[in-house]
Design a protein around this ligand. Structure first.
Ligand code: CU
Length: 158
């Protein structure tokens, strides 16, 4: 290696170190960063729910149109709406991901719904899910299966 090229390479090192690597569970797709995907343990034949965070770092809005997974014959996008004293789930046609904002899908709010599990979801497993966005297209993610009553994504190695 010549002196010149070595100096050039060394000059690049500090700049590279400033780039924060994406967390292990983060998936980037165009302007979107999808993170903290999780689900809950559930039995075969029942329903399951999926939660995640979608950040839109771009200047154009996107929309989540649908989701699919080999663990469920059908998936829907759901939200919760108040019906008298109870909160009920309702299917929504799409979920807006506004430019520059982060949409959090969590218990009691927006979520992915597995409408009939073709296999049990066991704590500690990862479930593959394909999300389909209007702009970003198809994005493959994984959901970490937490305990049946879990309220959050659990420990992450950030
Ligand atoms: Cu639901």
């Amino acid at each position: 290696m010549s002196r010149t090229s070595r100096r050039t390479l060394l000059g690049l090192v500090p700049a590279l170190l400033l780039v924060r690597p994406a967390a292990a569970h983060d998936v980037r797709a165009g302007d979107l960063v999808i993170s903290q995907g999780w689900s809950r343990a559930a039995g075969q034949g029942g329903q399951g729910a999926g939660f995640l965070r979608i950040a839109n770092r771009g200047s154009a809005a996107d929309r989540l149109l649908s989701a699919s997974s080999p663990v469920s014959g059908k998936m829907e996008l759901h939200t919760h709406v108040r019906d008298g004293d109870v909160m009920r789930m309702r299917e929504v046609p799409a979920i807006d991901i506004p430019a520059g904002q982060t949409v959090e899908m969590r218990p009691g709010g927006l979520h992915l719904m597995f409408m009939g599990l073709t296999q049990p979801l066991r704590q500690g497993e990862k479930i593959p899910v394909t999300l389909r966005f209007e702009r970003a297209g198809e994005v493959r993610i994984e959901l970490d299966v937490q305990a049946a009553g879990a309220r959050g994504p659990g420990a992450h190695h950030h």
